[in-house]
Design a protein around this ligand. Sequence first.
Ligand code: ZN
Length: 323
Amino acid sequence: MVDWTYADVDDGCFLIPRPSSTTTYTLGYRPYSRALSEGNELVVRSSTGELPHYSASFSVTSTGGETVDLELPNDVLPRMYAVYAYAIEERFRAQYQNRVLNVWNGNSGPLSCGANCAGRTSDGEHHIHISNDSSNERKFLMIHEYGHANLSGAALETGSSLGGNDCSLNGSTHGMRGVEHASCAAMEGWAHFVAAEVFNDGSVSSEFAYWSGEEFDIDNGSGTCTSASDDRWPLRFAIVCGNETNIPARGTELDWLRALWDFQYDSGSMPNNDDMQNMFLDTGGWSQSNIYDQVEAALPSGFVSRWRTAADRNGVCVLGSSC
Ligand SMILES: [Zn+2]
């Protein structure tokens, strides 16, 4: 009897004892939504905080001494688990290592955020709450919250300091197109960027879906400030549509998402995911409003003009005036 064990990271297999003599027996099997994922433990919980699991059983005949290979069903774990495992194992991890990530379907866990959020408890474990609502494109929302946890976990791993995420400018909530303090615009834009990164291939027509169901072309934008075009909302949204003159102290998540995307994928020598995390990890922290300056000052010299070009194109900073 094995209480529980992790499947092997590389081949998905695990070994269990079997009777030593010739016998036919029934093997019970119950996979839980808990796994080691590239050195990080991923735990996905139900709305009541339980670990979802499924059961299967197999009738096995063993003559003793031989290895019996059983192929288990591979479609039994929750979709939420699959989304997070895909992000961590395949798409965006960088220096996010040795972390425990608890994902709660709903709000029964330790963060009293009452909505979708990510945070860290005093034991160093990260938690994500995904509320039970009917919004569309929830995979982007799930990985948006992972984007927050990813950067926080990477900072713990590397011993780096981050600044805050001050979304208080126009009340305590924030949205894709609302002007916020730059710390909020940058950190929410970062979380969007990670979601975009996980579900796109880096092509110029890549898309990001906001959880209201709006789909954005990450690279391009047009239309008017009051009516979305096919590719959704003009570039330099904070300046053009928010009439914001205090750039780079303020900005929008949308502009930061597009700036980070252009910075990584514009032609030329592209930053890798470690470089992208290091944009913030290397700053030593930031205030409510100086995150652009902190990022630019900490960039390796070879990336500075690339970043300034992406920032200018998307209105995160404007060459010739504020930076
Ligand atoms: Zn967020």
